[in-house]
Design a protein around this ligand. Structure first.
Ligand SMILES: Cc1ncc(COP(=O)(O)O)c(C=O)c1O
Length: 368
């Protein structure tokens, strides 16, 4: 049996008939920039996330950069970022003029370790960026408490956590602003690149809306130098269709995760992901720990099971951050887990039969 890591073709087969008429209308009217689909997506996403405002933009990386710029980062300002995330989180801090301060992760949920974040605070620290990694939210009570005590802002990176919940509150409702990515493989992915910012701060939303459009709210009136960072109508129309299906797709991901947990629990040599009881994860990824991870991944590949690594090299050990002078040993949890974590196939259309095959293959492999 061949099991892909992700099957976007299956997803699009189910929504193609809803998307194509919208795209045809856009082609016929040539309304590619702005318009009803972008405005509609912003309104519908704000409602789904239970926040006041949403600004749709070009991608998640730009979304983060626009937030940090709107928060007026100045050279030398420090922003605390977990070391086990995609580089976009830290890149955006640097591009907005700030200085990245990496911290280690928690060994159970793989999210930012609040104690490490607090220990990294200096007089130059401006904010903390919890990343809701793999679809499970970070320990927001602790992060928010630290931020409050030290007068810092919190920006949520919810690129992997569309509609995830923490104590009944949606991702995007707790930070001063939150970024979403709609990279195609995300729980809600565009048919290309797109992203969004959600916030309850209207003035911040207005600034970001201008930043994505050359610092302008009115054609040819530029209050500041911004960017070309708009979300186009073709992406917005597809995302509006997908947003209607997102709750059901997330539910299917939860069902799939439940099946994996049922079939794999108690297996010697496999550590299953920890689920916080007060969280409703959306399982962007299903990540386990195994010894000899690369050998296990190779053996699974031979049996037709595709897997992923999120992430094989912690950011402080990337060449891009060599200038920070952080060597091996700086973040022991992230470094150890980078060698052990393995992402199994996870997408809403995954069948019970496919999950059973992945689990059988995995059990046979770790036994060897
Ligand atoms: C945690 C995280 N943050 C930010 C991003 C950036 O999103 P985009 O690829 O849309 O720029 C991603 C996407 O891969 C991500 O996984």
């Amino acid at each position: 049996m061949q099991i892909p890591f992700l099957d976007l073709k299956a997803q699009h087969a189910s929504v193609k008939d809803e998307i194509l008429p919208q795209w045809e209308e856009i082609l016929n009217t040539a309304g590619f920039i702005g318009g009803k689909h972008v405005a509609g997506l912003e309104q519908e996403l704000a409602e789904a996330c239970e926040v006041k405002r949403c600004v749709a933009v070009s991608n998640g990386t730009d979304a983060l950069q626009f937030i940090f710029e709107a928060l007026a980062l100045k050279p030398g300002d420090e922003v605390i970022v977990p070391v086990n995330t995609f580089i976009a989180t830290s890149e955006a801090v640097t591009h907005a003029g700030g200085r990245v301060v990496f911290v280690d992760m928690l060994p159970d949920t793989y999210n930012i370790d609040p104690a490490c974040a607090e220990a990294a605070i200096t007089p130059k620290t401006k904010g903390i960026v919890p990343v809701h990694l793999y679809g499970q939210m970070a320990d927001m009570d602790s992060v928010l408490d630290i931020a409050k005590r030290h007068n810092l802002w919190v920006v949520e990176d919810a690129a992997q956590a569309h509609l995830a919940e923490y104590k009944g509150r949606k991702a995007g409702t707790m930070g001063v602003a939150t970024e979403f990515s709609f990279y195609p493989g995300k729980n809600m992915g565009a048919c290309g690149d797109a992203g969004a910012i959600v916030t309850n701060d209207s003035s911040l939303a207005d600034t970001i809306a201008m930043a994505r459009d050359h610092g302008s709210a009115k054609k040819y009136c530029h209050d500041f130098e911004g960017h070309n960072g708009r979300c186009d109508a073709i992406q917005a129309a597809a995302l509006r269709v997908k947003l209607k299906h997102l709750p059901a797709w997330n539910e299917s991901r939860r069902r799939n995760a439940g099946k994996y947990i049922e079939l794999l629990s108690g297996t010697e040599g496999i550590v299953l992901p920890a689920v916080r009881q007060d969280c409703l994860p959306v399982w962007h990824l299903f990540v386990i720990q195994v010894d000899n991870r690369d050998a296990v991944a190779d053996a699974l590949k031979e049996r037709g099971v595709a897997t992923g690594l999120h992430y094989p090299v912690p950011l402080h050990l990337q060449k891009a951050y060599a200038h920070l002078g952080l060597s091996k040993g700086a973040f022991p949890v992230a470094e150890r887990y980078a060698e052990r974590l393995l992402s199994l196939p996870m997408f809403p259309e995954l069948t019970e039969e496919q999950i059973a095959y992945v689990c059988e293959s995995l059990k046979a492999t770790v036994k060897k």
